[in-house]
Design a protein around this ligand. Structure first.
Ligand code: SF4
Length: 695
């Protein structure tokens, strides 16, 4: 429901729903029932009136001529994208009947598939979860983006916690590690720039010479998957020069003697060879850290999720997360590390998601299916280890056919004629093409929601600005109506979205202030670990994790080789990473014409030496391939790629690419060391000029 406004134009406060750490506060201007402008809220300190170019185009996306406006039922072969319009009543009744029949055999044959297409707690983690709990459906292990880093932080610092983003402005040395902040963390970049103006040094650590690297003082273009070795080499230098806060290490860390011993096995020369870096760069960075330590200046690390997308990504995050403790960086509010702030939010998830409803389903502990191996799992038959084959899939807030790894298998799974697939979507994505029922979902401008953030520490409220377009319904409403058709009569299924927003935090958030401002800042200390107080089992920064050791893992951070180590294959000599194209956010916005026009074509950045060796010129059409598939795109011969590594910018919709594929045609489904996440950036390929007979 839109808020009651009688005069136009009027403005409505909301929140950006996208998978981005910045969680901006939005102001939408509405005129005659249409959103005509979306801008950043100037009163929200983190947004400061600025949005990225993507969301500044939200009216174009919302009122896009290709918005799905009516329920659709498949009439062509699977994947053909051919549908006919049906009524909501027809669609929901048939879906309910089909699900009921499957559930009667085994509800675990039904699988939800969702992620951060919207990050709202109401449209992504409330009525939907209640529905699947009551049904007894399989649970989804939501690993596709952040779980390796999350598990690493949990084991080391005790949770997804760290510095407040605004304090980076006061840091003297900032390591931007595995992050292209200019492209994907704009509002952090504002603080980094402020620090730079005040004399701070900025060092970017990233295989790609990103737009962020361009603007930093130094760039360490290490090989993908070698971050832990670099972290250990830095520790080595801090140890041999005694740039160590012995008091902090003694009082607030666990396992320092063992970590020290391991770090001494990584002299910079060894790490330089492992990481593909000049040793001088490692020595210089260690000296910068040491100088700050001696002068009591704050050293801060902004990690992002790029570095954890390799086999050893979890351990790499652990190694980096130990670094601040060595120099006592946490003592200052402008020192320490930030990967994610989401652990600060006191979300009442049990109340939103109601896992207690499982009791009525007859399934006490449904199996867990990893979303990162959906391709393989859709092709599995029933077995005692796996359980029933997946018979029904309900997809919302996600586009797995485009974004899940090893898309050849994903497509084969979705193409199964016996798989019943329901997709809730705003547009006819690659995944939507495979739906049996395609249900039109509202955008953020058309529904209520409430948001946390993983880049700052404010709660944001999203009010609907306009009425749902066409016959679109919110995710929560669709699951509410499905629940009614399945006879789920617990009163929780009647709860409306506004009261779900209120319930999400209860008294921990001042509702009046939240509705008035559009945001609410959590009261949190400025330097959370200045005197230890880590929420780990020991209360210390756990360089050694007994919890990991108890699982049979190494209790110390490990340097693990990639699944597909660079240099291990003559057939596939190039390592490929697939960072986001600047104008897309995962696979969102690819269909927004003005943004796609800026991106131009699917592109592969390749170093001039690697290009020359293959006869590839800037702008050539190339085939990127390995044993898993072939991907056609345009070569961008550029120093953005380091020698031996190519950057396949993602994530294009397959059907908008050259040969109906995207970069995930090449990635695999092997998982990370911690967190069971996909190792997207741990992928070997070869590149050749596209020949006329290439398919
Ligand atoms: S995508 Fe990120 S930067 Fe852009 S508006 Fe949303 S939260 Fe802000």
């Amino acid at each position: 429901m839109p808020i009651p406004q009688t005069q136009t134009p009027f403005e409505v406060r909301g929140a950006c729903p996208h998978d981005c750490p910045d969680s901006c506060s939005l102001i939408t201007t509405v005129e005659d029932g249409r959103a005509v402008q979306v801008r950043g809220n100037p009163e929200h300190p983190h947004t400061a009136g600025v949005l990225c170019a993507k969301v500044a185009r939200y009216p174009e996306r919302t009122h896009h001529p290709e918005r799905l406006l009516y329920p659709l039922r498949r009439i062509g072969p699977k994947g053909s994208g051919q549908f006919e319009r049906v009524s909501w009543d027809q669609a929901l009744s048939d879906i309910a009947t089909r699900l009921q029949a499957i559930a009667a055999r085994d509800p675990q044959a039904i699988l939800p598939y969702s992620y951060a297409g919207t990050m709202g707690l109401v449209q992504g983690e409330s009525m939907d979860r209640r529905f699947f709990h009551r049904l007894g459906a399989s649970r989804l292990d939501r690993t596709i983006c952040a779980s390796a880093g999350a598990a690493a932080l949990e084991a080391t610092l005790g949770g997804k916690l760290g510095m407040k983003v605004e304090h980076f402005a006061e840091s003297r040395l900032i390591l931007l590690w595995g992050t292209n902040s200019v492209g994907s963390n704009l509002h952090f970049w504002r603080h980094a720039q402020e620090a730079k103006r005040r004399g701070a040094k900025l060092v970017c650590i990233d295989p790609r010479r990103s737009e962020t690297a361009d603007k930093c003082h130094e760039h360490l273009a290490l090989l993908p998957g070698t971050d832990a070795a670099l972290a250990y080499a830095l520790m080595h230098e801090l140890i041999v020069h005694d740039w160590l806060d012995h008091d902090y290490l003694e009082r607030y860390t666990l396992g320092w003697p063992q970590l020290r011993e391991r770090a001494l096995q990584w002299p910079p020369e060894r790490a330089a060879q492992h990481c593909g870096l000049p040793v001088e760069q490692i020595l210089a960075l260690a000296q910068d850290i040491g100088r700050c330590f001696e002068q009591r200046e704050a050293v801060a690390i902004r990690l992002n999720y790029g570095m954890q997308r390799t086999r050893g990504g979890g351990n790499a995050v652990r190694a980096v997360a130990c670094l601040p403790a060595l120099i006592g960086a946490w003592r200052q509010r402008a020192g320490g590390l930030l990967l994610s702030s989401s652990g600060n939010f006191p979300v009442r998830r049990d109340q939103l998601q109601r896992p207690d409803l499982l009791a009525a389903s007859g399934v006490s502990s449904p199996r867990l299916i990893n979303m990162s191996t959906i391709g393989a799992d859709l092709l599995r038959t029933a077995s005692p280890e796996f359980g029933p084959a997946i018979e029904a899939l309900l997809v919302y807030n996600s586009n797995p056919v485009a974004v899940a790894p090893q898309s050849g298998q994903v497509v084969a799974g979705f193409a199964r004629e016996d798989l019943f697939t329901v997709v809730l979507e705003q547009f006819q994505t690659d995944t939507a093409d495979y739906a049996d029922y395609l249900l039109p979902a509202t955008t953020q401008l058309e529904h209520w929601d409430i948001h946390t953030s993983y880049g700052h520490t404010d709660v944001l409220l999203n009010r609907p600005a306009i009425a749902p377009l066409g016959e679109a319904k919110s995710n929560s409403q669709i699951f509410r109506e499905l629940a009614a058709r399945l006879g789920f009569d617990d009163p929780c299924f009647a709860q409306d979205d506004e009261s779900l927003c209120r319930q999400a935090f209860g008294d921990a958030v001042d509702w009046e202030l939240l509705t008035q401002q559009g945001y609410f800042s959590l009261p949190l200390p400025d330097a959370p670990f200045a005197e230890g107080g880590f929420p780990t089992p020991s209360g210390k920064c756990e360089c050694f994790s007994a919890a990991l050791a108890a699982q049979g893992l190494d209790g110390l951070p490990q340097v693990l080789p990639n699944h597909e180590p660079w240099g291990s294959s003559a057939a596939y000599p190039l390592a490929m990473i697939s960072p986001p194209a600047r104008n897309f956010l995962n696979s969102t916005f690819v269909n927004v014409r003005s943004l796609r026009d800026i991106e131009g074509e699917p592109r592969l950045e390749i170093h001039p030496d690697d290009a020359a060796a293959r006869g590839i010129e800037d702008g050539s059409l190339v085939c990127v391939f390995n044993d898993r598939g072939r991907y056609h795109c345009q070569a961008d011969v550029s120093h953005r790629a380091r020698p031996g590594v190519v950057n396949g910018l993602g994530i294009w919709w397959r059907k908008l690419g050259h040969n109906g594929t995207n970069v995930n045609e090449l990635t695999h489904q092997q998982l990370t060391d911690l967190g069971r996440a996909p190792a997207f950036y741990d992928c070997l390929v070869q590149v050749s000029l596209l020949r006329p007979d290439d398919s």
